[in-house]
Design a protein around this ligand. Structure first.
Ligand SMILES: NC(=O)C1=CN([C@@H]2O[C@H](COP(=O)(O)OP(=O)(O)OC[C@H]3O[C@@H](n4cnc5c(N)ncnc54)[C@H](OP(=O)(O)O)[C@@H]3O)[C@@H](O)[C@H]2O)C=CC1
Ligand SMILES: CC(C)(CO)C(=O)C(=O)O
Length: 314
């Protein structure tokens, strides 16, 4: 398959790297010192699921040059939410009638943003579950989590995946990652939101790891309360979340590496622009639209915005 990885960070470097190592024709969009290191030494991935290096790796900082060779089969869209606008502006040149554009962003709004650029038929909502980051220029580190990338068509027929989704899931599995079949991709996307937004915003507000949040009774209770707010919002919007989704998510929380933190928390605490608007901001915004009360998320948004004035600047 001809694949464009737009954003070679934790997610793009990990899943794109595995697909390249498995023999697919992958071009990585990267920039700066990271791009230089990839060009010089390849893309080096250290992973609890097995280390590998893509060398040579096809990498560029010019999206137009990828589209210049015609549409690709798959776009793995793996930039942060606030980095989407310029990438989406260039995306149409990479998309032909059969191209699948996989979203990997946390939150629930990226699929619609991509659909506005290239149409719903191209979009495969995706959910990445793993802890992975850029360690140094050219080097990606995967420290834990399921290591999965769930994908499906926008309007999937249960039990009857499209040919391109079947091929893609098989390619992901053959590359050494997991790609479980979701019952309902939208419920899966919201379930991830229900996990990551409470974890991310409370982790940032309290400067706590997942191990600390889950082991102190006070923060554990807040985590569950925040998850219940997202559950109420999702159900109000007609999302068919699994029964007992909060209990199931807390069991998942208990299973994650104790020192795990979210990308949101790390970006906020290190003073970088962040996805706060797409995570906590989206919960508050969508709740107001759906007339659902989310006081804990409102408080977290207020506190984090006041404490990190650059957080909403993309
Ligand atoms: N990391 C994780 O464990 C998980 C992340 N996610 C989600 O996946 C998405 C991606 O996250 P993650 O991989 O951590 O992010 P990273 O910041 O690690 O990766 C994004 C990469 O894209 C690059 N980039 C952005 N715009 C451009 C551009 N126009 N041209 C070239 N390069 C560009 C960035 O470069 P630069 O640094 O120079 O801006 C960066 O290297 C997020 O929405 C996140 O919520 C989901 C599950 C787990
Ligand atoms: C918490 C984590 C690593 C879970 O996949 C995540 O999605 C993020 O930090 O963006």
């Amino acid at each position: 398959m001809r694949i464009a990885v737009l954003g070679t960070g934790g997610i793009g470097g990990y899943f794109g790297g595995r697909l390249a190592a498995a023999g697919h024709d992958v071009t990585f969009l990267a920039r700066g010192a990271h791009l230089e290191a990839i060009r010089a030494h390849g893309l080096v991935v250290t992973s609890v699921a097995g280390d590998f290096t893509v060398q040579p790796a096809q990498a560029t900082d010019d999206i137009a040059s990828i589209g210049g060779a015609g549409p690709v089969d798959v776009v793995l869209l793996a930039v942060k939410t606030w980095q989407l606008p310029p990438v989406l502006a260039a995306l149409p040149a990479l998309v032909g009638p059969g191209t699948a554009v996989i979203t990997t962003q946390n939150g629930v709004e990226a699929p619609d943003q991509v659909a506005d650029a290239v149409g719903r038929a191209a979009v495969l909502p995706g959910i990445a579950k793993l802890f992975v980051h850029i360690e140094d220029p050219g080097r990606i580190t995967h420290v834990g989590g399921p290591g999965s990338l769930v994908v499906d068509e926008w309007s999937a027929t249960p039990g009857a995946p499209s040919d391109r989704v079947t091929r893609l899931r098989q390619a992901i599995v053959d590359s050494g990652a997991a790609s479980p079949v979701p019952e309902d991709i939208w419920a899966e996307l919201w379930s991830k939101m229900l996990f990551v937004v409470p974890f991310g915003s409370l982790g940032a507000a309290l400067d706590a790891t997942i191990g600390e949040l889950r082991s102190k009774p006070s923060s554990r209770a807040l985590l569950e309360d925040a998850m219940r707010e997202v559950e109420a919002l999702a159900r109000a919007r007609g999302i068919r979340l699994p029964d007992r989704v909060v209990a199931g998510t807390m069991a998942f929380v208990d299973d994650q590496p104790a020192d795990g933190t979210t990308t949101l928390q790390r970006d906020l605490l290190e003073g970088r622009p962040s996805e706060l608007d797409a995570w906590t901001g989206a919960v508050v915004r969508l709740a107001s639209e759906s007339r659902v009360d989310v006081p804990l998320h409102r408080l977290l948004l207020e506190v984090l915005t006041a404490r990190h004035p650059g957080a909403l600047l993309g």
